[in-house]
Design a protein around this ligand. Structure first.
Ligand SMILES: C[S@@+](CC[C@H](N)C(=O)[O-])C[C@H]1O[C@@H](n2cnc3c(N)ncnc32)[C@H](O)[C@@H]1O
Length: 257
C-alpha cells in the first residue's frame, strides 16, 4: 500500500490531461474516449450487471492461483464478496466499454475472467466482436459462462485453463485488444506479453491492469514499454496501454484518467 501511495504521488506530479499531447492519435483517444462524459445507454446494463453480482449471495468454491500458478488455497466465497473485492469497478467497466466502442476490436482476449464484469463491458462496446476470456478457477469459469448465457452474450468464449497453457494454444491467433487482468507478477506478466506479442497487429492495443500493484509489476511495465515493437505507451496509473503503430514515433504518455 505504501509503495502504491508513493507511486501515486509521483504519478500526479508527472501526469497531464490532453493539453500538451501533440500526437493526434493519443489526443483523440484521450478526448474522445478517456474523457468522453456522455451518459451512454449501455452504462445502465453495466451497472445492472454488477448490481446483480453484488446482490448474489450464492457461494462458489474458489481455487486461488498464486505464484507460478500453483494452487494457493481453496475457499468458499459469495459472489457478492468477490464482486466487491476483486471485480472491475463501475468506472473502469465504463471505460472498457468506451475503449471497445472506440477501437471496435474484432478479436478480444482477456486474461482473468472472474465474474465477467470487464468481459461484459467489452462485449457491450462491440457486440459483433469475438471475445475469448481465460479463467483458471473452474467454478468461477462455469459461473461466468452461465451468466453470459443468461445475458444473451453469444460472442464470448470462456476458457477454463491456466493462462500459460491457454496462451500457448492461442498465440497464432490475431487479437486487436488484449486485457491482462490476472496474476500480477513480474515474470508471469512479461511471459504473457512476450507470448502474445505474436498475436498483435499494427492497430492492436494491450492493456495491463495494476501496473503499480508492486515494484515487480512496475518493473514489468517499464520493460514492456522499452520493447522495440512498442511505439506508444500510456500510463494512467491503474492501467498501462501499449500500441504497436509503426506510423508513430516511440513516445510515453502519463495521462490522468
Ligand atoms: C482480478 S481478477 C479478474 C477481474 C475481471 N477481469 C473483472 O472484470 O472483474 C483475476 C482472475 O484471474 C484468475 N487467475 C489468476 N491467475 C491465473 C492464472 N495463472 N491462470 C488462469 N487464471 C488466473 C483468477 O482466478 C481471477 O479470477
Amino acid at each position: 500500500m505504501l509503495y502504491q501511495a508513493k507511486q501515486y504521488i509521483k504519478f500526479l506530479l508527472k501526469s497531464k490531461n490532453q493539453h500538451g499531447v501533440h500526437s493526434p492519435f493519443v489526443y483523440n483517444l484521450v478526448t474522445l474516449c478517456f474523457y468522453d462524459s456522455k451518459k451512454h445507454a449501455a452504462y445502465k446494463n453495466i451497472l445492472n450487471y454488477k448490481k446483480a453480482l453484488l446482490q448474489d449471495q450464492s457461494k462458489i468454491q474458489v481455487t486461488d492461483l498464486g505464484a507460478g500458478s500453483q494452487v494457493m488455497k481453496q475457499e468458499e466465497r459469495t459472489v457478492s464478496q468477490m464482486a466487491k473485492n476483486a471485480g472491475t469497478t463501475n468506472k473502469r467497466a465504463k471505460l472498457l466499454y468506451r475503449l471497445s466502442a472506440y477501437f471496435k476490436p474484432e478479436n478480444i482476449l482477456e486474461l482473468g475472467t472472474s465474474l465477467g464484469i470487464a468481459t461484459h463491458a467489452l462485449s457491450l462496446g462491440k457486440p459483433e466482436s469475438t471475445i475469448t476470456t481465460i479463467e483458471g478457477c473452474n467454478n468461477i469459469a462455469e459461473f461466468s459462462k452461465n451468466n453470459f448465457k443468461k445475458h444473451n452474450l453469444e460472442n464470448i468464449e470462456v476458457i477454463y485453463s491456466d493462462f500459460n497453457e491457454a496462451i500457448e494454444n492461442l498465440k497464432s491467433n490475431s487479437y486487436n485488444l488484449i486485457f491482462f487482468d490476472g496474476n500480477h507478477q513480474k515474470e508471469a506478466t512479461l511471459h504473457y506479453f512476450e507470448t502474445l506479442l505474436q498475436t498483435a497487429n499494427n492497430d492492436s492495443v494491450f492493456i495491463f491492469d495494476d501496473i503499480y500493484w508492486s515494484e515487480g509489476m512496475t518493473e514489468a511495465w517499464e520493460q514492456i514499454k522499452k520493447h522495440p515493437k512498442v511505439t506508444v505507451s500510456i500510463n494512467t496509473f491503474f492501467w498501462g496501454f501499449i500500441f504497436f503503430r509503426k506510423e508513430q514515433v516511440k513516445e510515453d504518455f502519463v495521462i490522468r484518467c
